[in-house]
Design a protein around this ligand. Structure first.
Ligand code: 3HC
Ligand code: NAI
Length: 699
């Protein structure tokens, strides 16, 4: 069936697009629209309506065509034809009109939308800018300032808001096609029928004085090290200072620069990686989902409270179980404080915050969990305690309830064995702060049933998380890789660098925070306590944790004690270098017979990122992760890895596997083969001359 159809309804020509799932502007769609226009040119129609079938209006250009040879007509070319058309065209919007979709609507002469519709220009999130006239038409429709907000935030706005700023002309109710045809007839009746956005004067009032300089400065902070936002400013500046045609030329040049940039390639990779990560390769499509209507959470500490917030925010009632009333009250107080903060920031009304908290019931009695569809355990990170909790759950929970652990490291299979229903047990590893962080690692035990797995994946979407599947291993995907990254940070400290030296390198690379600043934020005691339960062999080489242990022994636990790898200003929490830490490092180096020498930035960067990548390859060869892009999802959504570098595995591919393999071999010779053994999969791919993508596609 054709993706575009054209029909006359009375004196209105209706162009219908039908390109599921989201009517992306593929080559077929663009050609189809052009042909429909040619047909409409010569028929009896007095006006046209452009409308979409399915769940949404056009969601943008077809991202999967980017980076491939262009196929004509290009979108800008097509939209110039739309705008120049000699009969009025009305865009009829439902669902979301995004990117090239909204640009198509702006090239039409009028726009109407259902009240439930949203419109936006999210290209910046893909390292792009609106490249089909959006940077020139939006300022003409809504003024320079509103256009700047729309394009640089990338956040869609409601139909009502769009109407109020002049982006659309009408909000309609009822059947969209009927309303759009009626609107078209009103337009015809007015006589003055063609209103081309290109002919509107740009309202310059909102962009006086230092407006553009201010935007550049703010955007360089909000999108640290990213190129597209700065190019967007240049385009919008051109809309004000140049003719429409000249502005379009500026936009085209800068769009192509963005499109060819490594940043956009990485962000586009992340767009598809995020959608792919919820797909489980060996799960039958017809797997029935369980209903999750009530959730129990055990442990109302740092994690349990945040996890509870996710569910009540989605309207799902939660029963929170703690060891005693004091602990329960403490947990509830932390939740209340978090909501109060959200209200203070203006992100939630007081009324909603109260309503959501009312969905949380506290208890200290396991019998109150009998009716839960899902129970998530978030008690202390201790296998014996967790096993006891699961044995109790096995006794009280109804058959078929999903029993989940939020453990960071423990063996989900051993936890499952403490119940009589291992098929119902799964790991649901949230990240701190659990009400904010997007990642949810879903840990599949050996006996976890398909139904439990499929339901957990769907549940992640309900609570607005990005899921990634992991098999059972120590630390799963994320923390297992993090251990190697942290190992190199510690070794670099011991061998010659400083906390600020290492953190600066990693921040300049684009990490949200450097590893030592993160250590101070999470608490140096966390790693110390995790090591307490391990044998010397499991702990690994003492050089990889001796500095952390020395700081722990001094009571320097990080931000919470005002000092760790850094010193913290008690009022502002500003971190400062601390000479005492250097003394600690030097003393440890002396004790371990390490001669400290300066380490250059490139070496620090390679040691940390290649350690991460090498472990990623091991995780793939062992089948712990399903695919490389799932690892990227884990690192971007859970660990602050810069999305514009596409996650560690995409980054590895962009550097070249051979370079990474050779460097790891060299590092083995210099820093010790006990730390640097190239993963077998990495070695194999280099020997076979294959890329990681080729390997992933062949799996
Ligand atoms: N191109 C190609 N495929 C797309 C797509 C696009 N623009 N938008 C969505 N898809 C695909 C997804 O990959 C997914 O495929 P899958 O089923 O095989 O996994 C499928 O459509 C459904 O997408 P979602 O799972 O995201 O569906 P939701 O209902 O959750 O969300 C949406 C729908 C809000 C439209 C969301 O898909 C979205 O935000 N899409 C991208 C919008 C966007 O960025 N548009 C700008 C594109 S760049 C552009 O237009 C450049 C222009 O200026 C020249
Ligand atoms: P926490 O110490 O802040 O909270 C644990 C809570 O569990 C306490 O309030 C305690 O009273 C309660 N508790 C202990 N035993 C209990 C029992 N038998 N029954 C009911 N309640 C009990 O710990 P946190 O940080 O919330 O960690 C919980 C789990 O989440 C751990 O397994 C941890 O590894 C994991 N996790 C922690 C992350 C973090 O950054 N803190 C991140 C991801 C996972």
């Amino acid at each position: 069936m054709s993706v575009v159809s054209y029909q006359l309804e009375g004196d209105i020509g209706v162009i219908r697009l039908n390109n599921p799932p989201v009517n992306a502007l593929s080559h077929a769609l663009r050609s189809g629209i052009k042909e429909a226009l040619a047909q409409a040119q010569d028929d009896a129609s007095l006006a046209l309506v452009l409308i979409c079938e399915g769940r949404t209006f056009i969601a943008g250009a077809d991202i999967s065509e980017f980076g491939k040879p262009p196929m004509l007509p290009s979108l800008p070319e097509l939209l110039n034809v739309v705008e120049a058309f000699t009969k009025p065209i009305i865009a009829a919007i439902h669902g979301t009109a995004l990117g090239g979709g909204l640009e198509t609507a702006m090239a039409c002469h009028y726009r109407c939308a259902l009240a439930t519709a949203n419109v936006g220009l999210p290209e910046v999130k893909l390292g792009l800018l609106p490249g089909a006239g959006g940077t020139q038409r939006a300022p003409r429709l809504v003024g320079v300032k509103a256009a700047m907000d729309l394009i640089t935030t990338g956040v869609p706005i409601s139909a009502d808001k769009a109407l109020s700023i002049g982006l659309i002309d009408k909000v309609v109710e009822g059947d969209l096609l009927t309303s759009a045809i009626k609107f078209a007839q009103e337009v015809i009746a007015q006589g003055d029928v063609i209103r081309r956005v290109r002919d509107i004067e740009v309202d310059k009032e909102s962009a006086l004085d230092d407006f553009f300089a201010d935007c550049r400065a703010k955007l360089s902070q909000r999108y640290r090290l990213q190129e597209a936002p700065q190019r967007i400013v240049e385009c919008i500046e051109a809309s004000m200072n140049k003719s429409f045609e000249e502005g379009l030329k500026v936009e085209r040049r800068l769009f192509i620069e963005c499109m060819n940039s490594s940043q956009s390639a990485a962000l586009r990779h992340m767009f598809f990686a995020e959608r792919m990560s919820s797909k489980i390769k060996d799960l039958p499509k017809e797997t029935q989902l369980k209903d999750i209507k009530r959730v129990g959470i055990i442990g109302g500490g740092t994690m349990g409270g945040g996890i509870a917030m996710n569910f009540v925010n989605a309207g799902i009632p939660v029963t929170l179980l703690e060891i005693n009333d004091v602990a329960l009250q403490r947990g509830k107080d932390i939740i209340a404080k978090n909501y109060a903060m959200t209200v203070k920031k203006g992100k939630l009304t007081n009324q909603l915050a109260t309503q959501r908290q009312a969905l949380i019931t506290g208890t200290t009695d396991y019998n109150d969990l009998a009716d839960m569809d899902l129970v998530i355990e978030a008690v202390f990170e201790n296998l014996d305690i967790k096993k006891q909790v699961f044995a109790k759950l096995d006794n009280v929970c109804k058959p078929g309830a999903i029993l989940a652990s939020n453990t960071s490291y423990q063996d989900v299979n051993l936890i499952a064995e403490s119940t009589s229903r291992p098929q119902d047990v799964i790991g649901l590893h949230f990240f701190s702060p659990a009400n904010v962080m997007k990642l949810l690692e879903i840990v599949r035990g050996d006996k976890t049933s398909d139904q439990v797995l499929a339901t957990s994946m769907a549940m992640a979407k309900t609570i607005k998380k990005v899921p990634a599947l992991s098999r059972v291993c120590y630390g799963f995907i994320g923390n297992r890789m993090l251990r190697q990254y942290a190992r190199e940070a510690q070794l670099c400290l011991l061998e010659g660098s400083t906390p600020q030296g290492i953190d600066t390198v990693m921040q300049n690379f684009g990490m949200a925070m450097g590893p030592l600043a993160v250590g101070d934020l999470a608490g140096i005691d966390i790693g110390y306590k995790a090591r307490e339960g391990l044998t010397d062999e499991e702990k690994g080489d003492v050089r990889t944790y001796c500095i952390a242990d020395a700081l722990y022994d001094m009571g320097r636990l990080g931000q919470k004690t005002g000092a760790g790898y850094y010193q913290y200003d008690p009022d502002t929490r500003q971190r400062m270098a601390d000479p005492v830490v250097l003394e600690v490092i030097e003393a440890q180096a002396k004790q371990r017979g390490v001669e400290r020498k300066a380490i250059d930035d490139e070496t620090i960067l390679q040691r940390l990122t290649f350690a991460l990548i090498n472990e990623g390859f091991k995780i793939l060869e062992e089948g712990i992760a399903q695919r490389p892009s799932d690892i990227d999802v884990v690192y971007v959504f859970g660990y602050g890895f810069p999305a514009y570098r596409g996650g560690p595995m995409f980054y590895a591919e962009s550097i070249g596997l051979e370079k990474i393999y050779q460097t790891i071999c060299e590092f083995g010779a210099i820093y010790g083969e006990e730390f640097w053994q190239p993963a077998a999969l990495l070695k194999q791919l280099v020997e076979e001359g294959k890329t990681l993508t080729q390997w992933a596609n062949s799996q």
